[in-house]
Design a protein around this ligand. Sequence first.
Ligand code: ADP
Ligand code: GN1
Ligand code: MG
Length: 365
Amino acid sequence: MEIRDQIRQFAVEGEIKDVREYGSGHINSTSLVETEQMGKRRRYIFQRINTQIFQNVDQLMENITGVTDYLRQELLRQGKDAARGTLQVVLTLSGGHYFRDQDGSCYRMYDFIEDAFCLDAVRNAEDFYQSGLAFGNFQYLLAGYPAHTLHETIPDFHHTGKRYQTFCRVLAADVKGRAASVGPEIAFVQQRAKEMTLLTDLQEAFELPLRVTHNDTKLNNIMIDRQTGEGLCVIDLDTVMPGLSLYDFGDAIRFGANTAAEDEQELSKVSLDLGLYEQYVKGYLRGCQGSLTKRELELLPMGAKLMTLECGMRFLTDYLEGDVYFKIHHPNHNLDRCRTQFALVADMERKWEQMAELVGRYVTC
Ligand code: ADP
Ligand code: GN1
Ligand code: MG
């Protein structure tokens, strides 16, 4: 089936005028669709869901519609613009939340959020503050969501210790014969093996609360309002699941407070920007509105370090496995990404005291 035929399975308004690839995500394949009806243009986001990764699409879409319906009501209650403040799923002609092609490929569609944009790199401190505020607020708004109804779309997604076990298995198998060329990266992981279960151990001992979290808080998973510059809408809801606030905080720092791109090859450009880190702390804590516990606050730097270490380890695992998970755009792409993450972890270790001190500065906000 052609892409336009797949798009026609959805209740779009008007005639399809244009379809083009869009965005820079590593998982789904995203297109921007433009339609026209009586001179009026409309835009949609059309996505092929990565069913290698998200195998139960019914459950995935149930999570997304559950969370977006809930957020819409919360935003309305607060007198906010619910139409632009959360994703709106476009139904298929038969009323479903996604379309399954004869070959098993699955597609979904969202209304395009107009007059807003995503960033792949922070332009200024204010952007990052706004994204912290929006991700904090997202977690705050979902505090009352019935977490037990959420499906675990990727089990143990941020269980760093289990990710480490997977890494060890993949390393032992070394199916592509690449292990010999990445000795320093392997050693970097192994030297930090003991720390990896720190957060999950505390959560299992009920010392850290499970919350409804986003789990993939990259800067480009937030839409910023073109008019106001405010964080408008949290997108990419595939991994919304019960998790730790430290995952959301940590992953955002990993991506947004890095002075270099996630795949920068010149490692001397990689460092933790403490100014940006501070802005995110400020925004996130304000968005969470005092709901984080003392323990969570103390562990924010650890969240940043472990999410960065985990992500680097996942890139390294994928490199060793032959690039089967993340989309790559050149042969060593996953290795480049792994190296930036480890360089960032090393810089966090150097700046550890300052990271903790900066959190202390904002705990009363
Ligand atoms: P991935 O899981 O591959 O990262 P995303 O759901 O994040 O996919 O979408 C990829 C990109 O598409 C986003 O970074 C954003 O630029 C754009 N995008 C996604 N949903 C919307 C939307 N509803 N309106 C406008 N742009 C969107
Ligand atoms: C993937 O979908 P995207 O590009 O926002 C990945 C995240 C990683 C991120 C690294 C479902 O996110 O966990 O942190 O790449 N998403 C999934 O850039 O694995
Ligand atoms: Mg994304």
